[in-house]
Design a protein around this ligand. Sequence first.
Ligand code: ADP
Ligand code: MG
Length: 413
Amino acid sequence: SVTQEVSLKSKLKEVFGFNQFRGTQEAIINNIIRGHNTFVIMPTGAGKSLCYQLPALVLDGTAIVISPLIALMKNQVDQLNAFGVNAQFLNSTLSKAEINKVKKETISGEVKLLYVAPESLTKDETIDFLQKAKISFVAIDEAHCISEWGHDFRPEYRKIRGIIDNIGNLPIIALTATATPKVQLDIQKNLQMDDASVFKSSFNRTNLYYEVRPKHNTKKQLIQYVKKHRGKSGIVYCLSRKKVEEIAELLRVNDVKALPYHAGLDASVRMANQDAFLNEDADVIVATIAFGMGIDKPDVRFVIHYDTPKSIEGYYQETGRGGRDGLEGNCLMFYSYDDIVKLEKFNKDKPVTERDNSKLLLQEMASYADSAVCRRKQLLHYFGEIYEKDCQFCDNCLHPRERFEAQDEVSLA
Ligand code: ADP
Ligand code: MG
């Protein structure tokens, strides 16, 4: 209704400070408010969080948000609290007393959004508690974690549907930035959401500039590149923890405010480094792919893949963390066939079917890197979208000559 439209928009302004909904946000929000199952497929940075945050504020009771990472929950809860929203999380970082406080405030109806880690959700005591609370709906963020074909499979995610059924008959909104049809099907099937309204938007990120360079004098190239973007926020992805440490140190001795992030660091150090990056005490975070899922820093100006990524899907997710505010985002990847060979060796211990799949993903990555075709066209094609023209905003479109020379260098190496 018109009044509802007005009130949604005024909430958007009042709580989040935004004047306009983006894309299909408003239709999605209305769909979940009406109690319909909803499946949202939109690229990273499109604004998926708002699609469950805003309805949670409008509806009675508490919305459950299932989210795979503690860092991700903390990021969103901090942000919502800063907006004056009562959002809390339940995960392994809380003490018994803190857990009890969250439960009490939820049952009394004060908490509008309760973020829960899947491991906490599967506990009997959590289910008992949620049965006592008034739940408005369940949001499953990063829903691709359900699928073994996704790049971030979490076995506990496959139990979510059964648990929701134990809590009550609740509408579900599942959200993902995974663009491959196979993963989408898997998600819908596992969540038994055949009836869901599906909102899928284009995966084109027009403000991201894609560039691939051969791995050649990489350290020097990296330093030059980062210095060119001095004072701006950037992410440098490396394959191993050791490399992360090495590159963070390299940048530091070159006067760049850089910090490392990987799963081998103490949780407290990891969180402190993430916070320093989010608060701009550090400009650059050097990380393994453990960093970044769902992290909302709108003004990341560059994303560098120092090592060749394992799949186009992963690469696309990681580059998607650049330019979320719609402004400049530079995506630079260093490529060498040696990296592909190295990654293939890691696959040796995997079961056969998984190994074949990983190998295929790697081959696709290599052919993307090697190709002289418009990068955007290739990426969108990979996700089943047709992009007719050349984008004029990638290395292959803007510097076709240099590319060919660079490729010769690689094949000689
Ligand atoms: P996603 O989960 O789809 O990757 P996020 O929910 O993290 O994206 O949102 C990305 C950025 O877009 C955030 O900085 C968010 O505040 C901003 N954003 C979301 N919706 C709007 C809007 N309607 N107007 C302006 N900015 C928005
Ligand atoms: Mg998100």
